[in-house]
Ligand binder design. Structure first.
Ligand code: ZN
Length: 489
């Protein structure tokens, strides 16, 4: 069996459509024509969470990844000068790593089942020893939130130069493709897995370039298409993204009622954004000008709240950083406020209180808040009580978590770009029943990818999986989770 899993970070059905329209992509077209194409639901649409949901086929409460950063509860029990004991709760944070993944991923299962497996740049494969089974896999670890790139094989070390995380998103993608091609010229596998940082990382820099397939994006699409030529006679090809990317006109800020009560929503900046935005619509200025070039945008970025922790470099971040959570009161994920839906609370009482405030505020017209245990089932919840903010109108309202007073509003109007809950899944080859079908209106979920990939490899799916594959499963579910528990951490 020969199977390719190609991940394109953030590929939305719309970007795929634009690429097929504007660029000549014969191999990709063939794959779509003979395969099945679906939109893929991801909640929350956060890169590390969703690549893990894709690889495991289970929800965050079973795989244990809740964002970019893991908050670790520290309970400090001491006695004061009068010998009275008191309890202080603080939090430490670090980035998630491979060691935090609690459910077997399809490439770990494939290695466990003695299939030669190649894994390149899969989020949360660093450090190597945190992966469950690497006996039959060649891994080049990811660069998303890890301090360096590593491999578990000496004969792959000479290829590491192609996987330089310091390059800009375009050169990086091209270089990763080149490195992958060099490796597969030399070595042969049954499962080939590679995740490319495109379009996500480029999109955050230049949304217009990526959405409208300008020159640099076109170049990448052509490289991807020529890469696919090598795999056309494989048993299966899967092209998958962790979430989509989109432009939004409405942003609702669920933090406003909590931080400032009433009265702040009428601030000048919100009005200014709205005016500039309306003008740009009227004058038909491409939104890129508004996003990248206006003085207001620059000013906004300058003022925008960035957590102090975000300024630390990767190495420092890994050694851990202590913050007193009492001072913050509650904290949303610290990596990038714009991309994050998971929110943590000091205790259950505070969480209940805040949920009540939000539900009674007008922001609840746009945003829902739900306790994580109401949305997910499993045993690996965060250390602190948590909740998820979910925009109510997926296609036109998104979340704005800005905490700087000048950018606060319950509902802001201007065109900005962000992640989207619909990604893409293309499945091609053996066992694909509905050939040529493009079904974007009834999405699959990210949990459906892993069982599909495992069935294509002739492997049983894991016991306790949440997704359902689109290829007939082999035999009964297998208790890989028991083998997984002996993972070294
Ligand atoms: Zn992503």
């Amino acid at each position: 069996m020969k199977v390719l899993v190609l991940g394109l970070d953030g590929l939305s059905p719309q970007i795929l459509k634009n690429a097929l329209k504007k660029v000549d992509l014969p191999n990709l077209e063939k794959i779509i024509k003979k395969g099945e194409t679906h939109s893929l639901l991801s909640i929350p649409p956060v890169t590390p969470i969703e690549w893990t949901s894709i690889a495991t086929g289970v929800n965050p409460a079973k795989h244990g990844i809740w964002g970019f950063t893991k908050l670790i509860k520290i309970i400090d029990e001491r006695k004061d000068a009068n010998e009275k004991s008191y309890k202080k709760i603080t939090a430490k944070w670090r980035y998630y790593t491979s060691k935090d993944v609690r459910f077997p991923r399809f490439f770990e299962i494939s290695s466990f089942k003695r299939k030669n497996t190649l894994v390149i740049n899969y989020p949360l494969t660093w450090p190597i020893e945190g992966n469950w089974n690497t006996a039959n896999s060649d891994i080049i670890s990811d660069t998303l939130i890890s301090p360096r790139v590593e491999t578990n094989r000496d004969d792959l070390k000479k290829f590491l130069k192609y996987f330089d995380p310091g390059l800009n998103p375009y050169d990086k993608t091209i270089s990763y493709i080149k490195g992958f091609e060099k490796i597969i010229e030399e070595k042969s596998y049954e499962l080939y897995t590679i995740i490319l940082p495109f379009p996500d990382q480029a999109f955050h820099k230049d949304p217009d370039e990526v959405l409208n397939i300008r020159k640099r994006s076109r170049n990448i699409w052509e490289e991807i298409d020529s890469l696919l030529a090598f795999f056309l006679n494989f048993d299966n090809i899967f092209i998958v993204s962790d979430h989509g990317l989109a432009a939004y006109r409405k942003y609702a800020n669920p933090l406003v009622p909590i931080l400032y009560g009433n009265g702040y929503e009428k601030n000048m900046f919100t009005i200014a954004y709205t005016i500039v935005d309306k003008l740009s619509l009227y004058l038909k200025i491409p939104f890129r000008l508004i996003i990248k070039k206006t003085l207001i945008r620059k000013y906004f970025n300058f003022l925008r709240y960035r957590n102090e922790l975000y300024k630390l470099n990767q190495i420092e971040a890994f050694t851990g950083y202590e913050s007193e959570i009492e001072k913050i009161g509650f904290s949303h994920d610290m990596h990038d406020p714009a991309d994050v839906w998971t929110t943590y609370f000091l205790n259950d009482e505070i969480r209940d209180e805040i949920i009540k405030i939000i539900k009674n505020d007008e922001v609840s017209k746009y945003v829902d808040i739900k306790k994580c245990e109401e949305l997910f089932n499993g045993i690996y919840f965060p250390d602190f009580p948590s909740a998820l903010f979910i925009p109510k109108f997926f296609n036109d309202t998104y979340l704005d978590f800005s905490r700087y007073p000048f950018s606060l509003s319950r509902l802001r109007l201007d065109l900005r770009t962000n992640h989207h809950i619909y990604g893409t899944f293309i499945a091609y080859g053996r066992g694909i029943k509905e050939k040529g079908k493009i079904n974007l209106s009834s999405p699959l979920t990210n949990y459906d990818v892993s069982p599909t990939v495992l069935s294509s490899l002739g492997l049983q799916i894991p016991r306790g999986i949440d997704g359902k594959g689109i290829i007939e499963p082999i035999g009964n579910p297998f208790p890989y989770d028991i083998a997984m528990r002996i993972k070294k951490i």
